[in-house]
Design a protein around this ligand. Structure first.
Ligand code: BTN
Length: 264
């Protein structure tokens, strides 16, 4: 079934903020992040929102794959946006993006530091069902830094086969959700978030993140990266977006982009 994308509406809402902005929808790509990184490395600096109805080699954080359910175009929303960005400090960007996407879509979406969107389990306590993820990459081009922000969201039911965390999908929360409708809700606020982040950094997004923090109060293990593993209780995020973990000795700030965090 053909999907009807709200490209014109998104463009109309965003172009007053970003004059060269364009929206592009392609039936299939390896990865919207990979495609925009190729374009950026080839010198493209105009802001673009690129949707792929299907991705054949979606990428996740830490070199992992992002596996879409490939049963039908539109079973997932997969898109990336690129623009030049010069924030005072890049830390916390994935948290601000997550808060923006969650706020646009549903009050029950939780955020798992640093880049996952989760939905609470049916018992209301567990949050280990992954609705989506965020992948942020940057590249320097012509003396400016371009950011590529990729977002993948499950829209319709999907199996958990091959996934580290059981999946959730948007139609569990919003039964009429489609990939185009979800994009229509979240795209303009996301671009506004990126432009605001450029002016302010993470600090003004902290409250929004913390109101959806899926880890707060839960025992977590942080592993990977250069530092020793950290075990403790997650207790929010710092003004710079670091994960705060209360250990027996102290509160540790976890900032590495290379770590994995798992609830114990
Ligand atoms: C993660 O969960 O580790 C991040 C997943 C990010 C997936 C999105 S889908 C659109 C964009 N293109 C990609 O290849 N990855 C991101």
């Amino acid at each position: 079934m053909a999907l009807h994308w709200p490209s014109e509406d998104v463009w109309q809402a965003v172009v007053p903020l970003l004059p060269d902005f364009t929206v592009e929808v392609l039936p299939e790509l390896d990865s919207t992040n990979a495609e925009l990184m190729r374009r950026v490395r080839a010198g493209q600096t105009a802001p673009v929102l690129l949707v792929a109805e299907r991705q054949t080699a979606g990428r996740g954080r830490l070199g992992r794959q992002w596996l879409s359910d490939d049963s039908a175009a539109g079973a997932a929303l997969t898109f990336s946006v690129t623009l030049p960005l010069a924030p005072p400090d890049w830390s916390g960007l994935s948290l601000a993006v997550g808060a923006s996407v969650a706020e646009s879509l549903h009050p029950q979406i939780r955020l798992k530091w640093p880049n996952d969107l989760w939905v609470a389990g049916s018992d209301g306590k567990t949050g280990d069902h992954k609705l989506g993820g965020i992948l942020i990459e940057t590249a320097a081009v012509a003396e400016q830094r371009m950011v590529v922000v990729g977002v993948g969201l499950n829209i319709g039911p999907r199996s958990g086969e091959g996934l580290a965390t059981p999946p959730a999908w948007l139609q569990q929360l919003w039964p009429e959700a489609t990939a185009p409708a979800a994009l229509g809700r979240l795209a303009a606020p996301l671009l506004q978030t990126l432009l605001r982040f450029e002016r302010t950094g993470f600090a003004p997004f902290r409250t929004a993140f913390e109101s959806r923090d899926a880890l707060r109060g839960r025992r977590v293990s942080v592993f990977g990266g250069a530092a020793d593993a950290v075990d403790g209780v997650a207790c929010g995020v710092s003004p710079g977006g670091a994960l705060l973990v209360q250990t027996e000795a102290c509160i540790k700030e976890v900032t590495s982009a290379e770590v994995s965090v798992r609830p114990a």
